[in-house]
Design a protein around this ligand. Structure first.
Ligand code: UDP
Ligand code: MG
Length: 308
């Protein structure tokens, strides 16, 4: 059982394989000689797997888990955690955006007894205004609604003790919003501030549509408030409607009934049609996820394992 496992998801990162390994190796060795690298090839279509095999052939501490297709980062990280065996596991992005200097800092915290150590982005200067604003809004809403809050601007890079890793792996859901799972397990946590570097090579796999769906996944996985909200909204509206009906009846009795109000009728009809469609949509968001969960398909499929 190695002391330290490094889990790195890779999707089309052919430029980064060797570069990543060479940058991080000395820092890992600074912590312990008893380490393993676990590279998860998430169905890359470029030379990532070939490059990883080359690394693995040269170093038996480099292990490669290749998935049968692209399953997404959350699944790839889950796969890496499942095959890791270290007392402590560090998760890093392949593109060196999480600076490798975090490795000894995380390790130091681990030796002080922290079991859930995460990097927090000290500044988001590298991001566009829109990215910063949307991220901020997401954290606000999430922390307002979810049971276990997310630390603001926590990166995906972190160290976890074996106990914490096993706890994360014992959570059976298929839709794996890892940040939420990591915070849910708790244990003694510590934050390490860092500055996120620009990508060392290659391209980001994210765009706003993926981010939006990622945010929806996170929210629906962690809170049911959006489902329940409408009960109260509906109650409020019914109360309003009741009062309005009473007022209309009173008016009719007192002053008769001159027909008018086409505009207000249209407004009310359109408004409530919209609200009803939104609530149906919210139910749909949850229902589709329940559907995925009840199918109980595996989170990923492994194709090849090297050096395990
Ligand atoms: N990644 C992955 N599967 C995917 C998308 C991304 O394993 O489907 C990996 C990617 O190789 C990288 C990490 O997840 O190591 C972060 O991806 P990226 O740098 O594109 O995201 P960003 O840093 O822009 O948020
Ligand atoms: Mg990146």
């Amino acid at each position: 059982m190695p002391r330290l496992s490094l889990v790195v998801p890779m999707y089309n990162e052919q430029e980064m394989t060797r570069l990543f390994f060479e940058k991080t190796l000395p820092l890992v060795q600074q912590c312990t000689d008893d380490y393993e690298f676990i590279f998860v090839n998430d169905g890359s279509r470029d030379n990532t797997l070939a490059n990883l095999k080359e690394l693995a052939a040269q170093n038996p501490r480099v292990k490669v888990l290749s998935l049968s297709r692209n399953f997404g980062k959350e699944a790839a990280v889950t796969a890496g955690l499942e095959v890791s065996s270290g007392d402590a596991v560090i998760i890093l992005d392949a593109d060196l955006q999480d600076p490798p200097e975090l490795i000894p800092q995380f390790w130091e915290k681990f030796e002080q007894g922290f079991e859930n150590v995460y990097g927090v982005r000290a500044d988001r200067g590298a991001d566009s205004f829109l990215k910063r604003a949307t991220a901020q809004t997401f954290y606000k809403i999430y922390n307002l609604l979810a049971d276990t809050p997310l630390p603001y601007n926590a990166g995906d890079c972190r160290l976890m003790s074996r106990r914490a890793v096993n706890a994360v792996l014992s959570l059976p859901e298929r839709e794996r919003f890892m940040k939420g799972l990591f915070s849910w397990v708790g244990y003694k946590s510590a934050a390490v501030p860092f500055c996120r570097a620009p990508r060392a090579a290659g391209k980001t796999k994210w765009n706003y549509w993926r981010l939006w769906n990622f945010a929806l996944n996170g929210l629906t996985a962690s809170t049911t408030v959006p489902l329940k909200l409408w009960t109260y909204f509906g109650l409020l509206v019914s109360l309003g409607a009741f009062l309005f009906a009473a007022w209309t009846a009173y008016k009719k009795i007192m002053w008769g009934n001159p027909v008018s109000g086409y505009t207000s009728l249209m407004v009310v009809i359109l408004f409530f049609s919209g609200v009803q469609l939104i609530t149906l949509g919210v139910i749909g968001e949850y229902l589709s996820r329940i559907f995925i969960e009840v199918k109980r398909r595996p989170v990923y499929l492994a194709d090849e394992k090297i050096n395990f």
